[in-house]
Write a protein that binds this ligand. Structure first.
Ligand code: F0G
Length: 431
């Protein structure tokens, strides 16, 4: 997955002159009538011309990517947008409950193409649930999951176990688990499914196609996404770059990548230290130095949004490219802002996991700074399902807070004696 010459991650490039390419995005709408074909049902593979690395008969699909974009005025109001200008893209609606299924269908397809018998990943929960569900539903390969000790959301661990994945809990955090799984895969010839795998990013590009499709192919002004290992942001930039290259869009949305304050490598590198893609001449020695200092100071990522608790984002350089393509910005937000943003999504929409709340908090921050205008069209990507991390949600609403965060928008449960009069009295305030 890494280049032997430079150590950088492999990137997928297509020679568009040698393959048939769509001439209009609207042509994809014809596929809506053909939903009995699993490839047209899939929200990933109905755009297969944009990830043309697999012959149709090799494609592994479980009905992923049937996700929705919803306008949400209550969250828009919270952020400071005019009505009708804020949209939520619910990737938690995927079969395993997160955006990962978009990339995993592509990785599973490639694994099948190369005849892999075993696949592995490191995970804080969503990647492992996604990889495991593709293995359990298709029976194509076995799965090994590496998790850092105490670093996996319970609902997600439950999925990996239920789907039959071999689960190794190792001491350390996500970065350490990822470093180990990369070594193990290289040594044992196991197929690696973290986002160092470029096929994952090919699948994740389709989130942007679906956003465009939902907006009648008119690009929004902003895409706001939480940043962890930076696979999504990298994929989104690549998607728009390719669409523009193919003459299918004439404007690229701006990209906002949102770090948690406690896990802010991209923010420090891009916004503070001004290390940029620089037309492919990224100063890699400056990045090395950044990591040396991080290690010397003993800085380790710490956020309630466990999915984005990552020290060394593997797709950092690809993300810098995406930021250049999309005239992007990076912000950091506190755990309190993240959980408040998440609570707003719960109160006014379908709900999301903490990491996704960062997108709301980041959009609010950018709106307050005047970087986002009230009448811009803004799409926040909700990467994971509400039910991933119920502990932090219940803690937030129960008034005990969650970690350092207080339940600013708490919907507290009321304790009532098992007595009809007391119950009616408690309900009087409500009904
Ligand atoms: N949001 C959710 C819900 C995630 O699960 C992850 C990553 C991210 C955002 C970060 O996305 O890497 O594209 O910037 N989860 C990994 C996992 C760590 O193991 O499931 P990115």
């Amino acid at each position: 997955m890494a280049c032997d010459a430079c150590g950088g991650l492999v990137d997928v490039r297509y020679d568009w002159d040698r393959i048939p390419v769509p001439t209009s995005l609207r042509d994809f709408e014809a596929r809506w009538q053909n939903r009995r074909n699993p490839l047209d049902l899939s929200g990933v593979w109905r755009f297969r011309e944009f990830l043309p690395f697999a012959p149709p008969e090799a494609i592994v699909t479980i009905g992923e990517g049937q996700t929705i974009l919803q306008p949400c005025d209550s969250v828009g109001r919270y952020i400071g947008m005019k009505p009708g200008h804020l949209f939520l893209q619910y990737e938690g609606l995927n079969p395993s409950g997160s955006f990962k299924d978009n990339g995993m269908t592509a990785a599973a397809t490639h694994a099948r193409m190369v005849g892999a018998k075993t696949a592995a990943c490191a995970s804080t929960g969503n990647t492992s649930a996604s990889l495991a569900i593709f293995a359990s539903t298709t029976g194509l390969f076995r799965v090994v999951v590496f998790v850092g000790s105490g670093k996996i959301a319970f609902g997600k661990l439950a999925q990996a176990l239920d789907y039959g994945a071999l689960t190794l809990q190792i001491e350390g955090d996500f970065d350490e688990a990822l470093a180990r799984v990369r070594e193990v895969c290289a040594r044992l010839g196991i197929y690696l499914c973290n986002s160092v795998n470029p096929m994952r990013l090919e699948g994740q590009k389709t989130i942007m196609y679906r956003v465009l499709e939902s907006l009648a192919w008119e690009p929004p002004d902003w895409i706001v996404v939480p940043g962890g290992n930076l696979g999504n942001s990298s994929a989104f930039g690549k998607a728009f770059y390719e669409l523009e290259q193919l003459g299918l869009i004439d404007r690229i949305p701006r990209l906002a990548v949102i770090n948690a304050e406690g896990s802010n490598t991209l923010y420090r590198v891009y916004d503070q230290q001004k290390i940029h893609w620089n037309e492919g001449r990224t100063d890699s020695s400056a990045i090395d130095l950044f990591y040396e200092q991080m290690d010397a100071e003993g800085r380790r990522a710490a956020t309630l949004a466990t999915a984005i608790e990552i020290n060394r984002p593997v797709n950092l350089v690809k993300c810098l490219r995406a930021l250049e393509i999309c005239d992007g910005v990076v912000r950091e937000v506190s755990d309190q802002e993240i959980l408040d943003g998440k609570a707003q999504v719960g109160a006014g929409g379908l709900g999301c996991e903490p990491a996704s709340g960062a997108a709301i908090a980041g959009a609010k921050r950018l709106r307050a700074e005047g970087v986002i205008a009230p009448d811009d069209r803004v799409v926040c990507i909700l990467t994971g399902h509400e039910l991933k991390d119920p502990n932090s949600t219940v803690a937030y609403h129960s008034g005990g807070g969650a970690g350092a965060a207080t339940g600013k928008f708490a919907n507290r449960p009321i304790v009532v004696e098992n007595d009809i009069e007391k119950i009616v009295a408690a309900l009087h305030k409500f009904v």
